[in-house]
Design a protein around this ligand. Structure first.
Ligand code: FAD
Length: 564
């Protein structure tokens, strides 16, 4: 007998599930309900319409209902909201939002992919016409027509997560004056505080008025007020402070909700009703490193879950390994990507961990467009099991992070990563790729071959008059250095050993950690016992210090910044 499958939600998870069901079963009747006017649009590309990178908002829509019907024989019904699931009758109740007609449709199997809605806090001014959120094509068109019609120049974006950052970036690219307000002490939570400083600098370099450690208090017609009392000019406000899973339909139908507040599903994305599946932003998933449920609002997982749910419906088994959380973002001239745990989440979860922070070249240095890549690798101590990584730079950070994501998924260790055979050509990478390099540094640390201090420790060292050697050449030192660092270049230190004390800790840095590492190893060989490499070196120190130097009146620890 022909199967009747209903799908709620017509975008990432919903459209993927419907299409997979059709591929598995040409005879099934598949109806997909979407309360908005469009199905299958590119949520992830929405911010790019604000800058004109995606010129025409119609291009955000990948497939229209007619094409769904013609190509896939899927009945995609837009402007139709499912308002109730009647489990005992195996029907859903739908409201046609254009005609207001209400009707029921029966199902054999039901797939929920209703997504997550932007959080709107209860604040003064929140319902004004100049306050927006970004979830769909209609939202982005509303913003565009408002700011054009009112000839708006000043925009505040609230929230420094993926959506907030992309919205802020695209408004700046279109030359609006943009303030970005974030409650935490950093934007982009997947990144550690030290790595986030690089992103903060990028924001400031592109004239985003970045306000951290402050929340939105109220919204006026031309200004917003922050919780610390700052008044910021903003004729339009975009809220991007997070999303909440759409669970009301499921809850009303008595489907289980998990500890994270999202719909609970089993290994096969089945809810506690054997005929109802749920996927995407509305569900909670299993974190394979933290061993507990989590929420992960990303497009890739939504599509994979949709396929797995459809497969299960047709008896095809799939392996649910849980998630590790891999993501990437483009920000002005930088790319950033991360996977797995960061130091914060590893610490919270009680892992015994250490990490490597390096900045090798992403391509052979002679090649055009060769840049330093800031790369942080987190691993478990003493097993060397890889827990996570973050990469920021102008080049292919995503390639490196995808390698690490693969390693994590296969329970890889630093030894596995060290030996990993990767492709190389000078224009594309280096013979010892960034990720191999990180593994070598990690193994040196793991085996106690040398010791290091972190970039976040340097201020305290400087303030406490520690003995710091700057191993760069004289001209580099003169262009900017740590305030009381002594310049003993790697090329001279063997003749100047008398200047280096053996009876106190000695800290060594250069530009990127390469020369200082060589000096540290040599000094250890010469009997120095308290000698430490400064991880991150001068480039990392500058990145780490810059934003807070700018926004506070503290003393700088460098004579001059140098970001090259
Ligand atoms: P959605 O794709 O949101 O689809 C849910 C649909 O269900 C909605 O259209 C909604 O209208 C409809 N619906 C809800 N309730 C009902 C109902 N009762 N009846 C009928 N229809 C209903 N992820 C990435 O991995 N990378 C990115 O770069 C990225 N960028 C993003 C940028 C933006 C601006 C946004 C908003 C999201 C971005 N995401 C990104 C997240 C990604 O889009 C989501 O994780 C993904 O779309 C989730 O799929 P879903 O099917 O669960 O929900």
């Amino acid at each position: 007998m022909e199967k009747k499958v209903l799908v709620i939600g017509g975008v990432a998870g919903g459209a993927s599930a419907a299409a997979r069901i059709r591929r598995l079963d040409e005879n099934a009747e598949v109806i997909m309900f979407e309360k908005g006017p469009h199905v299958s649009f590119s949520n992830c590309s929405l911010p790019y319409h604000l800058s004109g990178v995606v010129e025409d908002s119609d291009n955000l829509i990948l497939i229209d209902p007619e094409t769904f019907k013609r190509r896939y024989n899927i009945d995609a019904r837009v402007n139709q909201e499912v308002i109730k699931i009647n489990r005992h009758k195996k029907t859903v109740t739908i409201k046609n939002l254009v005609s207001n007609q209400v009707y029921d449709e029966s199902y054999d199997k039901l797939v929920l992919s209703p997504g997550a809605r932007p959080i709107k806090p209860n604040l003064e001014g929140i319902d004004q016409s100049n306050v927006f959120t970004v979830r769909n094509v209609v939202d982005i068109e509303k913003i565009m027509s408002y700011i054009k019609q009112k000839e708006i120049k000043d925009i505040a974006v609230i929230g420094g997560g993926f959506i907030g950052v992309e919205v802020a970036e695209n408004f700046r690219l279109a030359d609006y004056r943009v303030s970005l307000v974030e409650f935490a002490d950093q934007i982009m939570a997947p990144y550690d505080y030290d790595m986030a400083q690089i992103l903060h600098k990028e924001m400031i370099d592109h004239d985003v008025n970045l306000i951290l450690n402050d929340g939105l208090d109220r919204i006026g017609e031309k200004h917003i007020k922050t919780q610390s009392g700052k008044e910021i000019r903003a004729e339009a406000v975009v809220l991007a402070i997070g999303v909440r899973p759409e669970t009301s339909l499921a809850e009303d139908a008595g489907l289980d909700i998990g500890t994270t507040g999202a719909i609970k599903v089993d290994h096969n994305y089945l809810t506690n009703d054997k005929d109802i599946y749920a996927v995407g932003d509305a569900i909670e998933v299993y974190h394979r490193l933290l061993h507990k449920p989590t929420r992960l609002a990303l497009a890739g997982p939504a599509q994979k879950q949709a396929r797995a749910a459809a497969d299960h419906m047709y008896g095809i088994p799939s392996r649910n390994q849980g998630v590790i959380g891999s993501s990437s973002i483009h920000m002005f001239d930088l790319n950033a990507a991360s996977t797995g745990l960061n130091v914060r989440t590893a610490k919270e979860a009680g892992f015994n961990y250490d990490y490597v922070y390096i900045m090798p070249k992403d391509k052979v240095g002679l090649m055009p467009n060769s840049h330093s890549m800031h790369f942080k690798l987190i691993y478990e101590y003493p097993t060397g099991k890889i827990l996570g990584a973050q990469a920021i730079g102008k080049g292919n950070v995503d390639k490196r992070i995808d390698v690490i994501a693969t390693m994590i998924s296969m329970n890889g260790t630093l030894d596995d990563l060290k030996d990993l055979e990767l492709s190389y050509s000078p224009m594309l990478g280096t013979a010892k790729d960034v990720v191999n390099h990180a593994a070598l540094v990690g193994l040196n640390l793991l085996h106690g071959r040398y010791e290091e201090v972190k970039v976040s420790d340097v201020r305290e060292l400087v303030e406490n008059d520690a003995f710091i050697i700057d191993a760069r050449e004289k001209n580099e030192y003169q262009a900017g250095h740590l305030k009381q660092a002594i310049n003993i270049p790697l090329s001279e230190f063997r003749e100047r050993l008398t200047e280096i004390p053996k009876d106190q800790p000695v800290y060594v840095h250069c530009r990127s950690g390469q020369r200082s590492y060589n000096m540290v190893m040599a000094l250890r060989n010469l009997g120095y016992r308290q000698v430490y490499n400064i991880s991150g070196s001068y480039l990392g120190i500058n990145m780490y210090e810059y934003y807070n130097d700018l926004v506070t009146d503290r003393d700088r620890i460098v004579t001059n910044y140098n970001f090259n």
